[in-house]
Design a protein around this ligand. Sequence first.
Ligand code: PEP
Length: 258
Amino acid sequence: MRKPLVAGNWKMHGSRTFVREFADALRQAPPAPEVDVLLLPPVCYVQELAVSVAGLDIGIGAQNAHWQESGAFTGEVAPAMVRDLGATWTLAGHSERRAGCGETDELVADKCSAAFAAGLRPIVCVGETLAEREAGSAEAVVLRQLDAVAARLAAGELAQLTVAYEPVWAIGTGRTATPAQAQAMHGLVRGRLAESLGAQAETVRILYGGSVTPENAAALFAERDIDGALVGGASLAADRLLKIVAAAAEASRVRREN
Ligand code: PEP
């Protein structure tokens, strides 16, 4: 049984005060223990968050980490550095970085590999643009992005990877993929992982991301291969994030009973 994971991507939002207030809200209403909860603040707030949520079962991640251990990369941050600040997770290949920072499939694969080497758990983001979906190439794009990472990782690492399917047209747009659209892609991803991992592919968590809200989360989490969510906008309010966590906990209970 895969434990659901709900990850909040704060993107370039927040402040030290915001971090402390968010942590206070979580302390007053701790998330359901059936769900792994992970927060991804801007990297400058990772340490503040680590201190603020001490004693709570909240994972901490970076939104990005470089593929090199150190060197002449002005403005960049190495995986071991974010680990040093208290992060144990990192995103790799968010579509905003693929599109805005020129991150290629190969570079994203390098970042996943470097994250594992530094003791971080990467969540690789994959997903097609609207033009790619309309051209009928959504599946090919997602598999290409996934294959690049799978080719770069050792089997033991691949089994520890978390995948986030995030259709680009659904991110920050309020236009969520339907549960059926998301499940179709998640099933495809799991099938591809099974080609390398066999039955172990059943243990890999595949998150959905793209305008997830407390209102649509339950329907998404009811699908077989949707193991949680990568949440942007709705993760900036603790009460909304906690409602999404509660929906994941409920879906997990239903799965266990069936
Ligand atoms: C994201 O930032 O990865 C994301 C899915 O954002 P939103 O939930 O706002 O669409």
